[in-house]
Design a protein around this ligand. Structure first.
Ligand SMILES: *[C@@H]1O[C@H](CO)[C@@H](O)[C@H](O)[C@H]1NC(C)=O
Ligand SMILES: *[C@@H]1O[C@H](CO)[C@@H](O)[C@H](O)[C@H]1NC(C)=O
Ligand SMILES: *[C@@H]1O[C@H](CO)[C@@H](O)[C@H](O)[C@H]1NC(C)=O
Ligand SMILES: *[C@@H]1O[C@H](CO)[C@@H](O)[C@H](O)[C@H]1NC(C)=O
Ligand SMILES: *[C@@H]1O[C@H](CO)[C@@H](O)[C@H](O)[C@H]1NC(C)=O
Ligand SMILES: *[C@@H]1O[C@H](CO)[C@@H](O)[C@H](O)[C@H]1NC(C)=O
Ligand SMILES: CC(=O)N[C@H]1CO[C@H](CO)[C@@H](O)[C@@H]1O
Length: 825
């Protein structure tokens, strides 16, 4: 039995803390496969057996590993170390004339392996604690191992305190990159960060966003999970389900949960033995149609891909270090087995350096080859460091130098050599500086077929050959989504805590969605843009207005020019026949004022076209409102006078004399003009009309127009309206006056036309909102002007020119006499 005696202290229970005291270990070590004498020793930690942590012992004692379950792949790794040491030993270039030996420990238990560790550190059964002469130091210059992160964490402090380099071939937890805590820890395997990056790349490549993550509940598995969650944080991947597993886990509820959540992709980070249990129970429980993504621990497993029913669970992908055959290893294993055919009796089991391994060489060769190269390169790294520390070269080494572990550590950090075409070099954290990963697929013949790679240190190039993978779903790449992706133009409305679960809602018109920016909100388009329902972008609205070159605009401007010409012609005609009764009865000099105002009003028409500016908007309404008011007030006065002459004058003669005396007509017209001018001035100065972009009626257009502020302009419009009504009332009162001598009748008719025009315009305005509403508005203005010109002035021109017999004093006298006769009857 391997016993640990506490020397100067008196408590046996302090055994495990013995390294603080002056402790000694006593192991009578017989010749074993796990040990080799040499000038310098390497320790090797290999989990050849596996003892569960739940094993409880009654007292502190070393564990007998050989009775625990055997792990074949680790046995192969142990043989690989043996092979590497032998190769180095026989090499003429590396460490010439120096022999290296090893002490390999079966590191089967996490908590019960301290005696073996103390054995490694001891010299002649004594563990040095204080700074004592160097000659009493252990011959162990470096440790190769350990295998799992947890076990490495437990024993690392023993080696760290002495700066004994620990080169692990498999402990990938991120913790070991922390050089403050693990100053002499290096590794030839990539830290978990790297493999998690590959797994996430695979998930992204196949667009799997709804995944489950199962991990062994230890330092390795939990580190992987932590890194995975951090890595997917900014991606579209959601972690639907996660669970830490141990050997007592009941898998049934886990698979049920995964099934209810409809997760189709399961990432598993577990060691070989756990993955075997997991996959076998998945087969048993009829789990089907899943994609499994394995970590390095089991992706190159040799037994599982050949298990019966493995095809039913779905497709298995894995990430592993690239397959690398170590030349000569298989021959070595065969010859080793040939020399060790005889059964050895299990005599003494010193410090777990015993293996009763009656296996055939074929079985060993076929074991899981993962971590082969890391083991091989770890041994070589230490040898190279030792080589450098001993200043070896040209067939001999400097024999004066005594090498201590810290010297090996210093050299290890600097080494740089090529092994099997691969560069071996450590970065400042003791992690490998370069490397790559393979993506493997478990094919129908039960092999891990390489289908892709990931080169993460150089340019992060990633490749995966989808066509080589035979999916369970008839060649279709399986999907794993919580909710189906929304179709274009739809926004995601989150449901629950996961960003992957949502319902889709179509974006309303006038809004758009840019999924690369934010898939969860429909953004509103700006005022100058538009979009139909379900848009991914906004379109510029079409800017519309009536340009001067528009045919309708040209036509209206010509007509309005014609108006000016006509009024001028009428003016000339009236001026030549100024003293005739027709002109007199039409208003005499007032006619010129009316005609002038009609011409001035027509200025407005020109400002209905072109791109509106503030000035355009002002001139669009101002001339018409102002001068048309004057026109209408003239007609008010005319119709009032007619009524007055024939009806009121008789009853109120003093009113008529007052009217004549004070030029009542001009007073009224001036007052109307001043009132309207003031109203417009106040209205426009408080809030002048501005260009207005009409976007309400048409989704895809902007109609440029003027913003008529009703508050500011309504008073002047109402004033004009009142004048019109007055005019209408007066002219209507005179509708039964003498035939032919009847301005009142034509004024009524003009006003009727005017009102009709604007009623029609108002109706159209309510129904039609296109750009030609402005053309129609100009047309309505022209109609208002022409109605007076055509129906009031033109008949008089006709009489002047073609019926001069009616344009005589006698004719008028006769008419009036006739009228007075009918009145008096
Ligand atoms: C090899 O080492 C032995 C002692 O370890 C020494 O006697 C011998 O000279 C060395 N040979 C060479 C070539 O250095
Ligand atoms: C799996 O399927 C087999 C046969 O199809 C059935 O006998 C067995 O009970 C099923 N197991 C479970 C856990 O559903
Ligand atoms: C070795 O032991 C196994 C059983 O442990 C036995 O079957 C086998 O015959 C033995 N071989 C020799 C050479 O003794
Ligand atoms: C499976 O993969 C192995 C190794 O890559 C290959 O030799 C074999 O042909 C593959 N089998 C099938 C059915 O593709
Ligand atoms: C969406 O947003 C991205 C990032 O802001 C931008 O590069 C892209 O052009 C946008 N797509 C569209 C259609 O506007
Ligand atoms: C109206 O639209 C025109 C043309 O798109 C633009 O230049 C102007 O700034 C807009 N005006 C307002 C008030 O939005
Ligand atoms: C155990 C072993 O292989 N030892 C070898 C070490 O290397 C020398 C030559 O350098 C051999 O003679 C030993 O047999």
């Amino acid at each position: 039995m391997c016993r640990v005696h506490v020397g100067s202290a008196d408590g046996m229970s302090l055994c495990l803390l013995g390294f603080l005291l002056h402790a000694s270990t006593q192991c009578n070590v017989p010749k074993s496969d796990l040990e080799l004498e040499g000038d310098y020793l390497m320790a090797g930690l290999f989990d050849i057996h596996y003892a569960s942590n739940t094993l409880h012992l009654g007292r502190p004692e070393a564990m007998d590993c050989s009775s625990q379950p055997f792990i074949l792949s680790n046995y192969r790794r142990f043989l690989l170390m043996k092979f590497a040491v032998e190769e180095i030993n026989n090499s003429a270039n590396l460490l010439p004339n120096i022999s290296i030996g090893y002490k390999i420990v079966d590191h089967c238990s996490d908590s019960h392996s301290f005696p073996s560790m103390f054995n490694l550190l001891s010299v002649n059964g004594v563990v040095q604690v204080w700074d004592e002469p160097h000659n009493k130091l252990s011959k162990v210059t470096a440790v190769i191992g350990g295998y799992t992160s947890s076990k490495s964490l437990t024993v690392a402090p023993l080696f760290m305190t002495r700066f004994i380099p620990m080169v692990s071939y498999s402990a990938s937890s991120s913790l070991f990159s922390e050089k403050k805590t693990f100053p002499s820890f290096l590794r030839t395997v990539h830290p978990n960060k790297a493999i998690i990056a590959v797994v996430v790349r695979i998930l992204q490549h196949f667009d799997w966003r709804w995944v489950a993550f199962l991990n062994i509940d230890d330092d390795y598995g939990n580190d992987c999970r932590k890194l995975f969650i951090a890595k997917i944080h900014d991606t579209q991947i959601c972690l639907a389900y996660t669970k830490g597993l141990d050997q007592n886990t009941d898998y049934l509820p886990i698979f049920r949960q995964i099934e209810t959540q409809r997760v189709n992709v399961i990432v598993v980070f577990a060691p070989e033995w756990m993955a075997e249990a997991l996959i076998e129970s998945a087969i048993q429980m009829n789990v089907s149609n899943k994609v499994w993504i394995g970590g390095e621990g089991w992706s190159l497993n040799q037994k599982l891909p050949k298990t019966k029913g493995i095809q039913t669970i779905g497709t298995v992908l894995g990430v592993s270090e690239p397959a690398k055959t170590i030349p000569g290893l298989n021959d070595f294993i065969r010859s080793f087995k040939a020399h060790n055919k005889h059964n050895r009796t299990k005599k003494q089991t010193p410090c777990n350096q015993w293996c009763d391994c009656s296996l055939s060489s074929a079985e060993i060769i076929a074991a899981d080859p993962s971590f082969s190269f890391p083991v091989y390169s770890a041994v070589y790294s230490v040898a190279h460091a030792l080589h450098d520390a001993l200043q070896c070269g040209a067939g001999r080494c400097n024999s004066e130098i005594t090498v201590y572990p810290h010297m090996v550590l210093r050299e290890l950090k600097k080494i740089q050599f090529t092994l099997l075409n691969r560069m071996i070099q450590f970065d400042e954290n003791g992690d490998p500086r370069s490397g790559s990963y393979s993506v493997v697929f478990w094919n129908k013949s039960g092999d891990a077929q390489e289908v892709g790679y990931y080169n993460f240190y150089k340019s992060s190039d990633f490749f995966i050959s989808t066509s080589e993978i035979q999916w369970f779903a008839d060649g279709q790449v399986p999907t794993s989504l919580c909710s189906k992706e929304c179709s274009e133009g739809q926004m995601k409305k989150p449901q629950g805590i996961h960003k992957c679960c949502f319902t889709c809602e179509i974006c309303q018109d006038g809004t758009y969605i840019n999924v690369t920016e934010d898939p969860y909100t429909c953004k509103a388009c700006s005022d100058t843009e538009w979009s139909p329902e379900g848009s991914t972008r906004c379109n510029l609205r079409l800017v519309e207005y009536v340009p001067f070159t528009d045919p309708a605009a040209l036509g209206l401007m010509v007509i309005s020019g014609l108006l000016v010409v006509l009024t001028l012609a009428v003016c000339v005609l009236f001026a030549f026949h100024y003293n005739t009764p027709v002109v007199r009865s039409a208003g005499g000099s007032m006619c010129f004022l009316i005609l002038g105002c009609l011409s001035l009003s027509s200025i407005s028409v020109f400002f209905y076209f072109g791109k509106p500016s503030v000035a355009f908007c002002i001139f669009r309404f101002l001339p018409f409102l102002l001068f048309y008011t004057v026109c209408v007030s003239c007609f008010v006065v005319r119709s009032f006078q007619i009524v007055c002459i024939f009806k009121i004058a008789a009853k109120f003669p003093e009113l008529q004399s007052w009217w004549v005396k004070y030029h009542g007509q001009w007073v009224v017209i001036s007052v109307a003009f001043v009132i309207q001018a003031l109203l417009l001035l106040i209205g426009y100065s408080s809030d002048p009309p501005k260009p207005h972009n009409e976007t309400f009626w048409y989704l895809d257009k902007i109609i440029l127009g003027c913003d008529i502020n009703l508050k500011a302009t309504s008073t002047s419009v109402i004033f004009l309206l009142i004048l019109c009504i007055l005019c209408f009332v007066f002219s209507y009162m005179g509708k039964d006056l003498p035939k032919n001598y009847n301005e009142a009748k034509s004024i009524t008719f003009c006003l009727m036309l005017l009102i009709l025009t604007w009623i029609i315009f108002a109706t159209v305005y309510m129904l039609y909102h296109g750009r030609h509403i402005h053309t129609l508005n100009a047309f309505a203005v022209l109609c208002s002007l022409y109605s007076f010109l055509l129906w009031y002035f033109l008949p008089k021109c006709y009489i002047i020119m073609f019926q001069p017999e009616k344009n005589t004093q006698q004719h008028f006298q006769g008419l009036i006499q006739n009228y007075t006769k009918t009145i008096s009857q």
